[in-house]
Design a protein around this ligand. Sequence first.
Ligand code: ATP
Ligand code: MG
Length: 137
Amino acid sequence: MSVQSNVEVHTEWGIVSARQAGRNLAKEIGFSTVDQARITTAISELARNIYLYAEKGEIIIESVEAMQSTGVKRGIKITAKDKGPGIKNIRQVMEDGFTTSGGLGAGLPGVKRLMDEFDIDSIAGEGTEITTIKWLS
Ligand SMILES: Nc1ncnc2c1ncn2[C@@H]1O[C@H](COP(=O)(O)OP(=O)(O)OP(=O)(O)O)[C@@H](O)[C@H]1O
Ligand SMILES: [Mg+2]
């Protein structure tokens, strides 16, 4: 079974909708309320970055499964995609406190800590795609 929501992020409303969609799916998959909060926080940070730096983009929320020795594990995968300015130095943006907007620079390092898997794919001038997964333990 695969469930997927695509939420366009172009306004503050998009950020709210992405959070809501993430919370609903996380609950359905069986995440605890604490993990639901971690997942919605991660979605907020990614959506806010799209809104701030790329102006618009998309958050894709889906359930994923993986085989392991003890059976099938379930998880939630969040993909944040935009065709904004891209990120030149990925290592730099993953440092705590690095910001180009006078923010806290805590967003991306925070998302990495909240989730289990984290990957940035970005080309300067073309856009950014960030993929992150949390597994149900
Ligand atoms: N989608 C994106 N496109 C282009 N640049 C981005 C994108 N997301 C993040 N960045 C760059 O990475 C930097 C770090 O992002 P991060 O979310 O960690 O911190 P912040 O947004 O500056 O502050 P905070 O999220 O703590 O309010 C940003 O300042 C911005 O330069
Ligand atoms: Mg941010």
